[in-house]
Design a protein around this ligand. Structure first.
Ligand SMILES: [Zn+2]
Length: 192
């Protein structure tokens, strides 16, 4: 399921306007910008046409027009592109996980946790950076080196236990029990 809700929010227009038939300049530009980003993200012209209830050739010429506008650094095109180019077409929500820690068994000094399936923020989960059009309709993708092209990250967390104050003496300053300087409820750390 492809959602254009994030695009609509980013360009500050209702979804119904974007998918509707209105042809005011601002709306057309925004629509073409979105098609361009969707196409560059690997969606087929047919799929985009389906989402926007358009003909394949309409989407094709819209993407071509926007490609030209970007090439000539048209101000409005660049502005729209900057607004939406980071958006993940799969509409993944931001994932947050909470780690609750309690001291382990006697003499066990560390405990480890693994958190998987985070969306890679460097490439917005695409696995590659914003593709560059090398020739007509041919996009070259550069693999994301943060997630190795998988679009996903996992976190490995190791918690080290020791007598209180030892760590703060080592660092020469006092930190609270969550290991942060800010006000965090003790024992809870937010992992992102
Ligand atoms: Zn990545």
């Amino acid at each position: 399921m492809i959602s254009i809700a994030n695009f609509a929010t980013a360009v500050n227009m209702p979804e119904s306007t974007l998918t509707g038939i209105g042809r005011a300049q601002g709306v057309t530009d925004a629509r073409h910008a979105i098609w361009y980003v969707m196409r560059a993200s690997g969606l087929s012209y047919n799929r985009i046409a389906q989402v926007f209830n358009r003909k394949h050739c309409t989407v094709l010429s819209g993407v071509r027009r926007f490609t030209q506008l970007l090439k000539f650094k048209d101000r409005e095109a660049v502005r729209l592109y900057d607004l939406i180019n980071h958006i993940d077409i799969n509409n993944m929500s931001v994932k947050q996980q909470i780690l609750v820690i309690n001291p382990p068994q006697y003499r066990q000094k560390t405990c480890s946790f693994q958190y998987t399936d985070f969306n890679c923020p460097a490439c917005s989960g695409r696995g590659y950076f914003t593709p560059v059009e090398v020739k007509k309709d041919v996009f070259k993708k550069e693999k994301c080196d943060f997630c190795g092209g998988s679009g996903r990250l996992e976190a490995h967390v190791t918690v080290e236990w020791m007598p209180e104050n030892l760590k703060s003496k080592k660092n020469g300053k006092r930190v609270n029990s969550s290991g942060r300087k800010g006000n965090s409820p003790s024992g809870f750390g937010s992992i992102e």
